[in-house]
Ligand binder design. Structure first.
Ligand code: SER
Length: 875
């Protein structure tokens, strides 16, 4: 049996032999593409090449791409685990032609590889072609049909509609007719019973699509029309795990060696048994599938969080944890242990997991712990709800939705828990609320992106001139309008620009575009893949005029200082804390620098001081900037440049050095010419942002000086208050100490007063309705003392009810306490009594049978409330 590694290598060599350049998978987390959070297909990294905006690295490329389909247009999350051939994360093997070969070669090679090289029998392969679409005015794909006829019998060629045979990346963008290859891996008896043709594209687990050949020749525009791309391209994607299923003679992806190690681990370590029950098998598949998404996302820089992509990762992790909890009996963290299994499977092809194994494990384990705590809290809420609603046979839809929204309980879990108590769930109510939430999210985030209006041809990618200067002449090449819920957004592209587009944590530049007759404000600059997009306050009236682009240079100066200081900080942290410190995120703007990094403990004061000292000494040294552009990535590696996992580096990179022995990083950002320009570095805060990731915020230059000035001003005013003592810390300590003493004395005095109060109240006890009653409005310092007083009174009494009222900050409060004998006799219930009398203070409350309290809004009713207790008991 061929191993999955052999299958992957064979695919890549096959295309290498046919002059394809083999490239690395892009990170699974999409970078610089506002339409995507995750790479969901092999072609995502080639979008600009298809659109003709950027020349491809080679006319023919092949790779294996880590894909995630758990959000957006392509989302399989809720189904994964229930069948045997869908995944959230999967590898897509792909080959591409950028205006080079077309249908003939793509079809011939796909056939050759599957049938001749991999040996899949001819009869087991079905192909589909695009049958045409009247709406798009597209004919049937005769060319593909003719090519297929050379290899496949006509009864194995099926025609498909636009849904199945016209592939589109999103609502807009590159697209084209496609031809799919499906394989039939059923047993001979099953094949004899029903022809495969009938099962293609019909959700049969053993008649599945393995490969999609897209003939990318159009661009779908915002108005839905199709425009021809500059060239006719090929984009193919083959599901690696499905291919392994077919070639390893298995009936499910999960039976291949890509997944088997997890099954073995779960069976050995946790006594699971794959195939024992349907529920258990589904749960194991969910776990096996999801651990891959989780690991690859974290390895590529996206830890679980509450933010967009981070939240998707968190949801996937929680889904896996919940299936483990519910169906595999895992009440303690266990997913993190599968990280070892995964790292070993991918050690050669995706070494980024192995390299960060300890970090990934820790993050996963902590997330699991926190989710299990949430599950526990939700379960308690559920039990409370059931108790409080005794007598009702249905769980409210709103409550079920709350459990889902706040505690991550999917409806099926709530249903199981309800069933155990003999209850049902108002599913319709739940669904309605879920839909409402989805709808409101959609309207808020819906953006209608207009097509680009071309002013002049782009002639390649816009050039960034901002390393040398902050202003320069430019021509507008295109502009467009985006309609959003918050109003219109206008975007402009220039042929060359000094404006830095947000990336690598550094914010985008702001400034103006100036022509003889117009001034346009640039509010922000961002990247869309490699396009530099200026976000402006209005569209130009005369776009074809001559323009000057001017960056806000003062703002840029502060950004530069913060960015260079970030590099100095990164190096200092690795010196002080160790080389496990890796950058996990950063933000550099004109106000602050924020640096997130992997480290598991809080930094000590001494460590913080040492880091500050090192950075400031590097500033004082006045180290000149070393900047080298277009360094081959291999050379950069030998220079020891720090590279981040999950970052998208080109073949040629920019290397920023501040002393080759101190800091060498790959970076596209703007920097000071000499570290002396940073002037001063001051760390402002250090804390945790998620498991294993800490965040430092710091200020430099003008910001650091302003920060210190403000601190000094605070110190001056404190010194004034402390009468300019020589030793302010000592004076303050004395003050705090004497204050503490005074507080203690006061407490003693208050306790004595409460003691007196207690004696007085005991005197006032009288028989009402055969019960000893004390009902008084009292003065005590806080609700804590009120409760203590009530319980102290209770100690000395039998057959008694104590009702105390008091005002705290003008708000009325009632406490009712009942002695144990009376409680056991069941004659009086404190909770019920307080509810009744609290009406007098316009309040509500409740509690147990022996103690209850209530707050209210109407202080004037306090006397009446207390008196009412006597009335009620006297009845
Ligand atoms: N883009 C196509 C797909 O994702 C082929 O790679 O199916």
């Amino acid at each position: 049996m061929k191993s999955s590694s052999e299958i992957r290598s064979q695919f890549l060599s096959f295309f290498q032999e046919r002059q394809h350049l083999i490239v690395e998978s892009a990170p699974i987390i999409a970078k610089d593409d506002p339409t995507l959070m995750f790479n969901n297909s092999g072609m995502a990294q080639f979008k600009d090449n298809f659109l003709g905006i950027k020349p491809p690295k080679a006319p023919r490329i092949a790779d294996t791409q880590k894909c995630l389909r758990a959000s957006g247009k392509h989302n399989d999350l809720d189904d994964v685990g229930h069948d045997t051939y869908h995944h959230t994360m999967f590898e897509m093997l792909g080959n591409w032609s950028f205006g080079d070969y077309y249908k003939k070669e793509a079809i011939e090679w796909a056939w050759d590889l599957l049938h001749n090289v991999f040996g899949i029998p001819k009869d087991d392969i079905y192909v589909t072609i695009f049958g045409g679409d009247a709406g798009d005015n597209m004919p049937e794909d005769i060319e593909a049909l003719e090519e297929w006829k050379k290899w496949v019998n006509e009864d194995h060629i099926l025609r498909g509609n636009k849904k199945d045979n016209f592939w589109e990346m999103g609502d807009t963008g590159p697209c084209g007719p496609c031809s799919e290859l499906h394989i039939d891996i059923r047993t001979p008896a099953e094949k004899a019973a029903q022809p495969g043709q009938e099962l293609v594209n019909n959700d049969h687990p053993q008649v599945v699509e393995v490969w999609n050949l897209v003939f990318m020749e159009f661009n779908r525009k915002a108005d839905k029309s199709l425009e021809s791309l500059p060239a006719k391209n090929v984009d193919t994607g083959m599901g690696f795990e499905r291919l392994c299923m077919a070639l390893q003679g298995k009936r499910s992806n999960y039976d291949t060696d890509v997944f088997k190690p997890y099954i073995d681990f779960l069976e050995k370590e946790y006594g699971c048994k794959y195939g024992r029950t349907e529920e258990e098998s589904i749960a194991m598949r969910v776990v096996m599938d999801h651990i891959r998404s989780i690991c690859f996302c974290i390895a590529d820089g996206q830890v679980p969080s509450n933010g967009k992509a981070g939240y998707v990762v968190r949801r996937i992790l929680r889904r896996a944890s919940r299936y483990g909890f519910q169906f595999l009996g895992r009440t303690e963290p266990f997913l993190f242990r599968l990280v070892d299994v995964l790292a070993a499977i991918y050690a050669d092809v995706f070494p980024e997991v192995m390299a960060q194994k300890a970090f990934i494990k820790k993050v996963v384990e902590e997330e699991e712990k926190s989710f299990l705590r949430t599950l526990e809290r939700g379960t308690r809420m559920f039990d409370d709800y059931v108790r409080d609603h005794a007598g009702s046979s249905e769980i409210d839809g709103k409550f079920a939705f709350n459990l889902y929204d706040r505690f991550g309980f999917p409806i099926d879990l709530t249903k199981v828990m309800a069933k155990e108590k003999g209850l049902t769930v108002d599913e319709a109510g739940y669904e309605a609320l879920l839909q409402q939430q989805k709808d409101s999210g959609r309207t808020a985030s819906e953006v209608k992106t207009g097509d680009w209006v071309e002013v002049q041809p782009m002639n390649g990618m816009p050039v960034f001139t901002g390393y040398e200067s902050t202003s320069g002449a430019a021509a507008i090449t295109r502009y467009r309008t985006l309609e959003t819920a918050k109003g219109n957004v206008y975007q402009i592209i220039l042929d060359q620009t000094p404006f830095y587009a947000e990336s690598g944590g550094q914010v985008g530049d702001t400034g103006v575009l100036r022509s003889a007759n117009e001034i346009i404000q640039v509010l922000d600059t961002k990247k869309e893949n490699d396009l530099i997009i200026h976000f402006v306050d209005q569209l130009p009236e005369n776009a074809a005029a001559e323009w000057d682009a001017e960056v806000d240079a003062e703002r840029r100066r502060l950004i530069r200082a913060n960015h260079s200081a970030t590099h100095l900080l990164h190096a200092a942290l690795r010196r002080v804390l160790g080389t496990h410190v890796e950058q996990k995120g950063s933000l550099v703007n004109d106000q602050i620098l924020r640096f997130d990094f992997s480290h598991f403990q809080k930094m000590s004061d001494a460590e913080i001081a040492e880091v500050e000292r090192i950075v400031n000494s590097k500033i004082a040294e006045g180290i000149a900037l070393g900047e080298r552009r277009n360094v081959a990535i291999a050379e950069a590696r030998t220079l020891g440049a720090m590279m981040l996992f999950g970052e998208k580096y080109g073949d040629a990179v920019r290397v920023i050095t501040f002393d080759p022995k101190y800091s060498v990083e790959l970076c596209g950002g703007v920097h000071v010419q000499n570290t002396a320009e940073i002037r001063l570095f001051k760390l402002v805060s250090e804390g945790s942002i998620s498991t294993g990731v800490r965040r430092i915020e710091a200020v430099t230059s003008d910001g650091a000086i302003a920060y210190l000035e403000q601190k000094l001003a605070t110190l001056d005013s404190l010194m004034g208050l402390l009468r300019n003592t020589q030793d302010p810390a000592k004076t303050l300590e004395n003050l705090i100490e004497s204050n503490r003493k005074l507080e203690k004395d006061l407490q003693k005095l208050q306790a004595a007063a409460v003691g007196d109060l207690k004696e007085g109240l005991l005197q006032k006890a009288r028989l009402v309705g055969g019960i000893n009653l004390i009902n008084e409005v009292v003065e005590v310092p806080s609700d804590k003392e009120l409760k203590t007083l009530a319980f102290d009174l209770r100690k000395g009494l039998t057959n008694a009810v104590i009702v105390l009222g008091a005002l705290f900050d003008g708000k009325p409060m009632l406490n009712v306490v009942i002695t144990e004998d009376l409680e056991q006799a069941g004659k009086v219930h404190a909770g019920n009594l307080v509810r009744e009398i609290a009406k007098e203070i316009q309040g509500g409350g409740g509690g147990q049978s022996f103690f209850a309290s209530a707050g209210g809004k109407d202080a004037s009713g306090l006397g009446r409330a207390v008196a009412k207790a006597a009335e009620l008991l006297g009845k």
